[in-house]
Design a protein around this ligand. Structure first.
Ligand code: PMP
Length: 371
């Protein structure tokens, strides 16, 4: 078939997301207990919905400047200026956090450049690096999911262009302490390596805020987004802030790819910035505490300080075998093999109603002993 021969090597090289495989395995299930999804279960706040509706009704339908509508970019700029007080920090509004990440890669990675990732990692990271022609270099964080700065040092080569850091982390929920984050930030500064900090889960922390490496390294490129914080993952709104030169190059890439973030969603973003999500975060803190307390005796786990994930070790077999067993019991969770090379852990999302979480806990306790 000629069609097959049209497919590029880079498309071939990307494996179908393991998350989708789980969806497929679970297709026949009636009313599954879904602890697999990486998004909040609550609806968008009313003020955010109203702002989007108003923007549609008042015909805010055209292209925006690629950098983002001035109201939103201005508000984000004020926020970053107050937080960091960096002279050279500029803001770009993007089409989702993924949009910002891919622009960052396109703007910085040359073929053959290496990008260090911490394993386990967000499923799309390696593909984003290879799409830009780069080579992912993996640094393990098992079993505590902590950053070992010596391992990072050992992974650096003359080709290392960037390090991609994520806190609070997907899939572990881990929020590294200030010490290791400062070490990483300083190491990047000393070696002239670009540090990219993906902070999409910034709003979801349960034991104190996540520290931003830009605090110690003003050249850090921070990637952030609205989707998780306000329950609007499908609306596609993200932003990046970092050194002006980098942001300008990313804006150029955006102009010729995504063009701009969806216009009505940018207006909703302005309203979203005034919404307090503390009650929702408190709900997920209760979920986290309940889940950790319920599983602690039966599962080896690291208590997550943020995001809405727990990443325990499977009590028997491989993670794929264990997840297949969970699916037989109507429970959807994600095997660790999706997030890296190891098939030893699995991800539970606790972004759900307490009743659903209880049903999931009941199954997890039931299947914890080797069958
Ligand atoms: N980074 C991380 C760590 C994520 O978990 C996700 C989404 N699951 C993204 C980026 C992508 O977010 P968005 O939907 O805003 O593109």
């Amino acid at each position: 078939m000629a069609v097959d021969s049209w497919i590029s090597q880079r498309a071939h090289d990307i494996e179908m997301s393991g998350v989708r495989k789980i969806f497929e395995l679970s297709r026949g299930l009636k009313d599954p207990i879904d602890l697999s999804i990486g998004q909040p279960h609550f609806p968008a706040p009313d003020a955010v919905k109203a702002a989007a509706i108003r923007a549609i009704e008042t015909d805010k339908a055209g292209y925006s400047v690629t950098q983002g509508i001035p109201e939103l970019r201005g508000k984000l700029k004020k926020w970053t200026d107050e937080k960091f007080r960096h002279d050279d920090r500029e803001v770009l509004v993007t089409s989702g956090t993924s949009g910002a990440l891919i622009l960052a890669m396109l703007a910085t990675i040359n073929p053959g450049d290496e990008v260090i990732l911490f394993e386990p990692y967000f499923v799309a990271y390696p593909a984003m690096v290879t799409l830009a022609g780069g080579t992912p270099v993996v640094v393990e964080t098992y079993p505590k999911f902590e950053i070992d700065i010596d391992r990072v040092r050992a992974a650096i080569t003359p080709r290392t262009k960037a390090i991609l850091f994520n806190s609070p982390a997907n899939p572990t929920g881990v929020v590294p302490q200030a010490g290791p984050v400062a070490e990483l930030a300083k190491l990047c500064h000393e070696r002239g390596i670009l540090l990219i900090s993906d902070e999409i889960y910034r709003a979801f922390t349960y034991d104190g805020p996540a520290v931003c490496p830009a605090t110690w390294n003003p050249e850090t490129l921070v990637i952030d987004g609205f989707g998780k914080t306000y329950g609007i993952t499908g609306w596609r709104l993200g932003f990046a802030h970092g050194p002006r030169t980098l942001i300008e190059q990313m804006a150029k890439m955006q102009q010729f790819t995504f063009v701009c973030a969806p216009s009505m969603v940018q207006h909703a973003g302005v309203a979203a910035m005034d919404v307090d999500v503390a009650p929702l975060v408190a709900e997920y803190r209760r979920n986290r505490d309940r889940l950790v307390a319920a599983l602690s005796g039966k599962y080896e786990l690291v208590k997550p300080g943020g995001a809405f994930y727990l990443f325990p070790k499977v009590p028997w077999g491989t993670a794929s075998e264990f997840v297949a067993k969970a699916i037989e019991h109507n429970l959807l969770v994600i095997p660790g093999s999706v997030f890296g090379r190891r098939d030893t852990h699995f991800r539970i999302s606790f972004a759900t109603k307490p009743e659903t979480l209880e049903r999931g806990i009941e199954v997890l306790l039931r299947i914890a002993d080797r069958p």
